[in-house]
Design a protein around this ligand. Structure first.
Ligand code: APR
Length: 237
């Protein structure tokens, strides 16, 4: 811990990559934790693909509505707050890259988070919108739709098999290649290209996680503990 704290102090450019474990202490379930993870209860191929949405839009929309409601009830934790505060104290020194769609980093005050997998509170049209497709005037429904052409709104998140937003991914890769330290917090490191950022990091890689991850072998240090407990200590000036 002391050694890593020294690395944080000495680092000019810090990239931070976060995953669902970052929000676990806020009360947002992770995806792959054996008992509590969403994917231990729900089939991701039935809920987080475009095919699944086209096959059963009502069920998928309902599931995202349930997650939106749950996330809206929780608050950022001490880990989110420590990252946002560090970035405010040290402008230009950190790049925050998140796989999370919950918006908790942003609610904690992070102003330039690179959200690789989108934002669960945003919607977009399923098919390329026509002149008639107006989000504000979408007909009510689960999901809301265009009453002219039937186009449907879907959550603006990255589903399995979909590409990441290009500019966001490019900015994240640039930050990884320019960093002298990368903190990898609360991710199992099994989903690419996000996990690949830790493998392309130019600087030292530090894992913060309660469990072993796929990325541990690529790390310079592994800190076994929670995001809300360890980040405030690590980011203390
Ligand atoms: N603090 C730190 N780490 C934690 C905590 C905590 N309080 N609680 C759980 N973890 C760790 C788990 O041990 C696990 O390694 O967080 C990790 C969560 O892993 P996943 O559930 O696989 O989530 P993530 O890595 O973000 O998933 C990547 O997969 O399902 C898709 O698009 C979704 O963005 C997501 C992507």
């Amino acid at each position: 811990m002391e050694q890593v704290h020294g690395w944080v102090r000495a680092a000019r450019r810090i990239a931070v990559l976060t995953g669902a474990g970052m929000s676990a202490e806020s009360g947002v379930p992770t995806f792959r934790d054996a008992q509590t993870g969403l994917w231990s209860k729900f089939d991701p191929m039935q809920l987080a693909t475009e095919e699944a949405f086209r096959a059963n839009p009502q069920m998928v929309w309902g599931w995202y509505a349930f997650r939106r409601e749950m996330i809206a009830k929780v608050d950022p934790n001490a880990g989110h707050r420590a990252l946002a505060a560090f970035a405010q104290r040290h402008p230009g020194r950190t790049t925050l890259i998140t796989q999370n769609v919950d918006g908790l980093h942003q609610r904690a005050g992070a102003t330039h988070a690179l959200a690789l997998h989108g934002n669960i509170f945003e919607d977009k049209w399923l098919d390329t919108p026509k002149a008639c497709c107006n989000k504000e005037a979408a007909a009510a429904g689960s999901p809301p739709y265009c009453d002219q052409c039937g186009n449907m709104l879907r959550p603006d998140v990255v589903w399995f098999g979909e590409p990441l937003p290009l500019r966001t991914l490019a900015a994240a890769q640039e930050a990884a290649q320019a960093c002298d330290l990368m903190l990898v917090v609360g991710t199992s490191g099994v989903v690419y290209p996000a996990a690949g950022l830790a493998r392309m990091a130019a600087g030292k890689v530090v894992i913060v996680n309660t469990e072993p991850t796929e990325l541990d072998e690529a790390a310079d240090a592994v800190l076994r503990g929670t995001a809300a407990q360890l980040l405030p200590q690590l980011l203390e000036d």
